[in-house]
Design a protein. Structure first.
Ligand SMILES: Cc1cc2nc3c(=O)[nH]c(=O)nc-3n(C[C@H](O)[C@H](O)[C@H](O)COP(=O)(O)OP(=O)(O)OC[C@H]3O[C@@H](n4cnc5c(N)ncnc54)[C@H](O)[C@@H]3O)c2cc1C
Ligand code: FES
Length: 290
């Protein structure tokens, strides 16, 4: 249960206080991969749930009683409202405390924050989604947005790489997309110790050999650890992608989430306000962005 130490929204006043979290109930915990679980949340106040408008690529500040707050990307698509899905890796104080909670317990949520992917601008174009490791968490929202609004996009390609099949996030869901004709779903693992993996084995950038991408009509959305950006850019740029067609989801340490504290600033940009989605053009013009 949420302790009284956390100041929670109880009435319309929350609209005026950007720091006030709203109570949400954990309605499901999917123990997907050790230390990478998916928490499905539903706001207690139905009106707050109805008015919650996220874009793919936005995040929430998740608060746990007595532990604090952490920014977490929304993994579910706005095309499937009613609940929020957060894919959370256990790494420290807040995420540890979250893993100790159970279904029906309450957490605090404020947001959504950040710019998200410019989906309206991307309409009418091909989509290339490239994710490594936990990078699938924010890209999953864009993936389902594109599949649910399929008529708005041309060719949709997903390239996702994990260390091995056991650590692949959303594995069952993604494997079920491999045979679909409305998406080219390319999944790879660095190694397959069990010898049972039926998809690709090899490093993520190798998947570019298996896809036909037209850089003039494609927006590439990339998310993963820094090494992923390095190697994926080495494939995208020679293809002729313009710098504003490469969109990257970048993380910085955050505190307020609303552009007040300066914790997440890079040069003249705040990651929580102007990001976390940046074009490659932004990334090369802001030192230390990647
Ligand atoms: C926009 C955004 C979206 C995110 N989305 C997700 C998501 O979808 N899923 C997810 O699992 N995570 C996500 N994260 C990362 C998540 O917010 C962090 O892992 C967060 O720190 C977890 O909080 P914690 O209290 O559990 O861990 P912490 O106690 O903050 O520790 C996290 C790690 O950071 C190290 N660390 C702690 N303090 C510092 C410091 N001052 N300087 C450097 N390193 C430090 C710790 O040693 C540990 O390895 C996102 C972050 C951002 C900015
Ligand atoms: S987290 Fe405070 S300004 Fe971005």
């Amino acid at each position: 249960m949420l302790s009284p130490a956390i100041d929670v929204a109880t009435g319309p006043g929350w609209l005026e206080n950007p720091y006030q979290p709203h109570l949400a109930r954990i309605v499901r915990i999917y123990r997907m991969v050790p230390d990478n679980w998916v928490f499905t949340l539903r706001f207690l106040d139905e009106e707050i749930g109805r008015n919650f408008r996220q874009q793919p690529g936005t995040f929430v500040m998740l608060s746990i009683p007595g532990a604090g707050e952490a920014p977490i990307s929304i993994s579910s698509s706005p095309t499937r409202p009613g609940t929020l899905e957060l894919c959370v890796r256990r790494v420290g104080r807040v995420t540890d405390a979250l893993y100790r909670l159970q279904s029906n317990d309450l957490v605090g949520v404020r947001g959504p924050y950040g710019n998200g992917f410019p989906v309206e601008v991307m309409h009418g174009n091909d989509l290339l989604l490239v994710a490594g490791g936990l990078g699938m968490a924010p890209l999953r929202s864009l993936l389902w947005y594109a599949l649910d609004r399929r008529e708005h996009f041309g060719q949709v390609t997903l390239m996702y790489g994990a260390k091995n099949p056991a650590s692949m996030l959303f594995r069952e869901e993604l494997v079920s997309l491999v045979d679909r004709t409305d998406i080219n779903c390319l999944l790879t693992v660095d190694s397959d110790p069990g010898g049972t993996w039926k998809n690709h084995v090899g490093l993520l950038p190798k998947l570019f050999d298996r896809a036909r991408i037209d850089p003039r009509t494609t927006y590439a959305a990339v998310c993963g650890p820094p090494i992923v950006y390095k190697f994926v850019l080495e494939r995208l740029l020679p293809l002729g992608f313009s710098k504003d067609r490469i969109l990257m989801s970048l993380e910085r340490r955050m505190k307020c989430g609303v552009g007040k504290c300066g914790h997440c600033s890079i040069g003249y940009k705040y990651t929580c306000l102007h990001g976390p989605i940046f074009t490659y053009w932004d990334a090369i013009n802001l030192p230390e962005m990647v």
